[in-house]
Design a protein around this ligand. Sequence first.
Ligand code: SF4
Length: 312
Amino acid sequence: MNDVLVVKDLQVHFILENTSVKAVDGVSFNVRKGENLALIGESGSGKSVLGMTILRLLPKNVRVNGKILFNGSNLLELPEEELRKIRGKEIALIPQNPATSLNPVLKIGIQIAEPMEVHLGIDKKIAIQKVINLLKFFDINPAEKRVNEYPHQFSGGMKQRALVAMGTSTKPKLIIADEPTKGVDVTKKLRVVELFRRIKENNKLSLLVITHDLLFAEKLADRIAVMYCGQIVEVCEAKTFFEEPLHPYSKALLDSLPSRGLKPIKGCSPSMVNPPQGCRFHPRCEYATSKCLEEPPLISNGNNNVRCWLYD
Ligand code: SF4
């Protein structure tokens, strides 16, 4: 089996008093062993909800349908106790906001050591020694001193690297990184790219990177999956995406980059409560025809899978 994760026809709807928000609506994709898959799209397209759904870290007012297969088990059906063994050990989540993701009253070393103690049964003293090695690996020095410090003594970049160290400490098969370059300036962004490359070199794992940052995705990803209004609209190799994207939304996203002309995407992001009928991009698409009032399936076209009638 070449896939570490297979998501099939996933729907995640938030149930509110009189309505529901269709945050993820019929999403299917796979993450291959050893690859970096970047899930890209504008804020509010459902990317982060998708990441949280994989680890079932969602509030109670959510209705989830579909399958999330990991090692042949459907994560959506696993008893909570079984899932807890996978969370943090087999699949690690590097959350979006390093500043609020660490416990302010616990020493960094204790926090990074915890997954090793809980999931691998490693003795506390040995785990702390391993943390020191991890801190050195991620350039958090002097590691012997830093291990006893608290989060407020770390810079933003150091907190992020500490979370990455925690995520990799149990040698998971899959890391989900949610917006790892959020709030990071351009020079530090390259450092984040380097950080993830080093993780890949030293661990045989797969990365699912959730990001709105196309430049980051270009530097890191092997494949790209584009999300728009709760659906995947294009999946292809990263090189193909950046050179020959097919979906009009993918093209518009790339055209909106400063390096490609800074052309804004016309119109607004659609409502997740009442998404547009048919192709969800049709109100903003310059190629739309009456056919686009029917919902297009994901169509295979050469190296791309694309949800657009232009390629039927
Ligand atoms: Fe545009 Fe129609 Fe393709 Fe949607 S299906 S992206 S509206 S051409």
